[in-house]
Ligand binder design. Sequence first.
Ligand code: SF4
Length: 347
Amino acid sequence: MTRMKCFIEAWYCENARKLPWRDTLDPYKIWVSEIILQQTRVEQGIPFYYNFITKFPTVQSLAAAEEDEVLKVWQGLGYYSRARNMMKAARVIMETYEGNFPKNIDELKRLPGIGNYTAAAVGSFAFNARMPAIDGNVRRVAARFYGLHDSIGTPKSDSQIEEKLFKQMEACEPSLFNQAMIEIGAMICKPQNPKCDECPLQNSCIAKLHDLQRILPLKKERKAPKTVFLDYIFLECEGITWIEKRPENSTWKGLYEFPNIQQSQETQRKNPFHDWFLKPDETEIKEPLQLKHQLSHQTIFATLWQFSCKEANIVEEKKEGKLKVKLSELQEFPVHKLMYRFITELI
Ligand code: SF4
């Protein structure tokens, strides 16, 4: 069997980037960093990590926080379910484990928002638990190193990679082994143009030996994102406006945004909000703002309709369920990225 000797540990110790969460064995800080990095690049994640740790320095402080407070700190990172799950997990850790992170991988996996990768990363980095941490980068390294021709990211491929890496870890410190694999995936074995000449695995790598780097890893086809058309309303009434909270079971749940209507097809720039006003003639309509916003599962074409009028001119029932806020306080609410883009354009 191809062996990936533990010289990757030595390579890691010499070549690893200095990152703030690598100086600690505190499972809370390691966990925070891992959750941030799930959908975020390292350079972008570092300021968020410092900010989060400063605001919520312990699992106790996170467990005691209000949801709006946590979402506000998370703003800009996207995928807000990560922040919500962290709050839930922090509360479970307080209630079930007296504030101490469980050391066992299976118990870690039972915490909200912690899957196989995060459990293995936290368990190995903080407690040296022996379990391969397999993220997208590590999948790519393993597929190339072992010359695997199954599509990556499937349960079958993951268990094949886990089995191989688990054996490979026998002679290694689990913490260093996992960190080395993650670092190789992030810095050396890049999707395009892997730096094989700098790679500590080059002498045994099947892809390198057989020139398969451009073919491996194989990937399953992804579904095309759905197209969505949204019309938002921004009312400017003597220094105030209205926003609303996204409902449960929706994308961006719990975050704030301007009231809106989802259209089944493009509205062709017809004002869909004329029935909001008692006297439409006394309402100033400004040029609508149009933005395209990409999510992993949706391509959103959003139009922000801007109106200026007196509050008395707004139909009362249209304001029901909405929150009246001062324009100067708009930035204090946790908002999703599209809403943030609107606010940035407006203020
Ligand atoms: S030798 Fe090249 S293809 Fe193989 S793991 Fe290293 S960087 Fe990736």
